[in-house]
Design a protein around this ligand. Structure first.
Ligand SMILES: [Zn+2]
Length: 279
């Protein structure tokens, strides 16, 4: 499946769903049929009060949690062929796993990383709104995108762990965006969410403007696994979730803590990557 296949805001997709509901309802008890009718009426009433709008430009759509086709084209999705370790695009496909020069020169601590798209344009704006403007409307769409970015990576995970925020930053922002994304993946993929497994051992200055070596020093040793979570980490495949990967320094520091606690595999799934700094 490609990411483009997930754009279900067309009328055809919506009427197909209604048809399925009717077929299913025909085989149900009178009570279930009444419940189905009520649910459809409620959805219809909700759409009048809160009409489905494009998450990018607020154009009216036929479905919630979606983008219009123009905004969809403005997302720079990352597609194969990819570096097997860093998830950055490769220029050609050799028909098997490939390692980029960057991954060969600086092997990451994590096993594999994948991102939905490049951190620019509309995706950057949607993530910025999500983090700093308390606009969480896109979280369901983000969750679907993350699960579709690498379905095998998600299905092979034993548990989902978000990259934690430092305590002061959490107090200021009131929520951890990585945890919200991890919760969406956990809900869709029906995998255990371990929101408190990883903790920050110290506050770290903002990474903005720092070089890769500076970022690595900044976050070195900044994460640890909570002692009570070790049994849920040891020997397990962990899916580490964050919103943006810039140099991979944060993901590597978090993966190091998870591996020190015995994780057998740590894969990283993010919404967006800054592919220029990773390459
Ligand atoms: Zn739009």
């Amino acid at each position: 499946m490609t990411l483009g296949d997930t754009n279900t805001n067309g009328d055809a997709a919506q009427s197909a769903d209604v048809g399925d509901d009717d077929n299913a309802a025909a085989q149900q008890s009178p009570l279930r049929r009444a419940q189905s009718r009520l649910l459809r009426t409620w959805r219809g009433a909700l759409d009048v009060v809160l009409p489905p709008l494009c998450l990018g430009c607020q154009t009216r759509l036929s479905d919630h949690d979606a983008l219009c086709s123009e905004c969809w084209r403005a997302i720079d999705f990352i597609r194969p062929p990819l570096c097997d370790r860093l998830g950055i695009p490769m220029p050609y496909d050799i028909g098997g796993p490939m390692i980029s020069a960057a991954a060969a020169a600086h092997p990451p601590v994590f096993d594999h990383a994948r991102a939905v798209g490049r951190y620019d344009g509309l995706l950057r704006q949607l993530i910025h709104d999500f983090k700093f403007r308390d606009s969480h409307n896109a979280r369901r769409l983000f969750g679907r995108w993350l699960c579709q970015a690498d379905p095998q990576m998600v299905s092979e995970a034993d548990a989902i762990v978000p990259v934690p925020l430092a305590r002061l930053r959490l107090l200021a922002r009131r929520f951890n965006q990585a945890q919200m994304l991890a919760a969406e993946i956990s809900h869709i993929a029906r995998k255990p969410l371990l929101p408190l497994a990883l903790k920050r051992t110290r506050a770290t200055p903002h990474q903005i403007g720092l070089s890769r070596p500076q970022r690595e020093r900044n976050v070195a040793g900044a994460f640890a696994v909570s002692p009570g979570a070790v049994p849920q980490i040891a020997g397990k495949s962990i899916l580490l979730v964050d919103d943006v990967m810039t140099t991979g320094a944060t993901a590597s520091a978090a993966a190091k803590a998870l591996k020190a606690a015995g994780a057998g595999r740590v894969d990283v799934l993010v919404l967006a990557m800054v592919t220029d700094t990773l390459a």
